[in-house]
Design a protein around this ligand. Structure first.
Ligand code: DTR
Length: 361
């Protein structure tokens, strides 16, 4: 190859470099021109927001009471565990449905979810009355565990038209009175509010039961329609009953069952993952409520004693034996009633005692 031709070659190479630089410059200019244009373009539209599933939850007593406290906890848990896919609108204080309209209201779809005491409607939930019997459930946590397990295992026909979301009990009920009740003689003929299974219990002890939901008790006490009541001891503080009743007789007459139900059509329309969240909460919520309630009863007793001089009357062992003897037939009667209906009353009762042992261990 001659010198000239080599230079030629070099010149060509140089010329090629210049050309490439030009292309690069044009390319850069293009990018600089296009980027601001791209930035100005609207981003692709996000997918339309998925509307959360809104469910209504009706409750009958005022917001600070334990049925409502547990409702708010359940609602928060469902909202958190479904990442906001479900929103629960809560209605405390009978603002959507009152105690006696609750179960039918949920069936009719007035509320998606509702809570009440089966015992408020005598005869409607005969199997569940087992939880209202004086069967010696020591505290709310144990009683609520037993209740939730029994409802699941027994599947009583009376609850088949609902989806049961959870089931628990109130704390054990005691006799609260304006005048002291130290023995059966003091109780004889005394008119006290007692509802559901508590009514025959009070009758067996010689008192006169007057039935009404908890929400009607403040007025009945204030007007002197009743001289006290059978109920769990947290209401001394939550309903300020300690301002009127000054004595609690230290004898547990049993718990009161609560049922939280959902309208079946609402349930069937829920996505599987939401159903799972609610099913997973079934037993957990019952035990949570029991623990909360037991702590709250202690607080209520302390407040009532310190602020209102509440006195707790202890029965002598002989007196207690007299009361126990009178209440034994109430349990036997429930078993007989079940057997008469062709239901395994004794087996159900045995299972209750088994579950009580199982959880107490
Ligand atoms: N013991 C049942 C149920 C009950 C207990 N505490 C509360 C508070 C608010 C409403 C009902 C209840 C009863 O006596 O009605």
């Amino acid at each position: 190859m001659s010198r000239t031709s080599r230079e030629q070659v070099n010149l060509e190479t140089f010329g090629g470099k210049r050309m490439r630089n030009k292309v690069l410059l044009v390319f850069l200019a293009l990018i600089l021109a296009v980027v601001p244009l791209l930035a100005a373009c609207p981003a692709p539209a996000p997918p339309p927001p998925v509307e959360p599933i809104k469910l209504t939850y009706a409750n009958f007593p005022p917001a600070p009471t334990f049925p409502c406290v547990q409702m708010e906890r359940w609602a928060d848990e469902v909202e958190a565990r479904t990442n906001g896919k479900v929103i629960i609108e809560t209605f405390p204080g009978g603002t959507l449905l009152g105690a006696l309209a609750m179960f039918d209201g949920v069936l009719a779809g007035v509320a998606d979810i509702g809570i009440s005491c089966p015992g408020y409607e005598p005869g409607r939930f005969p199997v569940l009355a087992i939880l209202d019997l004086p069967v010696g459930l020591p505290n709310t946590e144990v009683a609520s565990y037993v209740m939730a397990k029994l409802v699941k295992e027994l599947q009583p026909p009376s609850v088949a038209e609902f989806k049961v979301l959870t089931a628990f009990t109130s704390a054990p009920a005691y006799i609260h009175t304006i005048d002291p009740v130290r023995n059966l003689e003091d109780l004889k003929g005394l008119e006290l509010r007692a509802t559901g299974a508590a009514a025959p219990i009070l009758e067996a002890l010689g008192g006169v039961p007057i039935a009404m939901p908890m929400t009607e008790l403040p007025e009945a006490l204030a007007k002197g329609v009743v001289k006290g009541y059978l109920a769990s001891r947290e209401v001394l503080m939550d309903f300020k009953f300690a301002e009127i009743v000054h004595y609690v007789t230290d004898y547990s007459t049993g718990t009161v069952a609560f049922l939280v139900v959902m309208n079946k059509d609402t349930w069937n329309a829920l996505p599987a993952d939401v159903k799972k969240v609610m099913d997973d909460l079934y037993l957990e919520q019952a035990v949570w409520t029991g623990e909360y309630m037991d702590g709250h009863v202690k607080e209520s007793l302390k407040w009532s004693q310190e602020e209102h001089g509440l006195q707790i009357i202890t029965l002598s062992p002989e007196e207690q034996a007299r009361w126990d003897a009178l209440l034994e037939p109430a349990v036997d009667k429930w078993v007989e009633d079940m057997e008469a209906e062709g239901l395994p009353g004794q087996e159900m009762l045995d299972r209750l005692y088994e579950l009580k042992e199982e959880y107490s261990k």
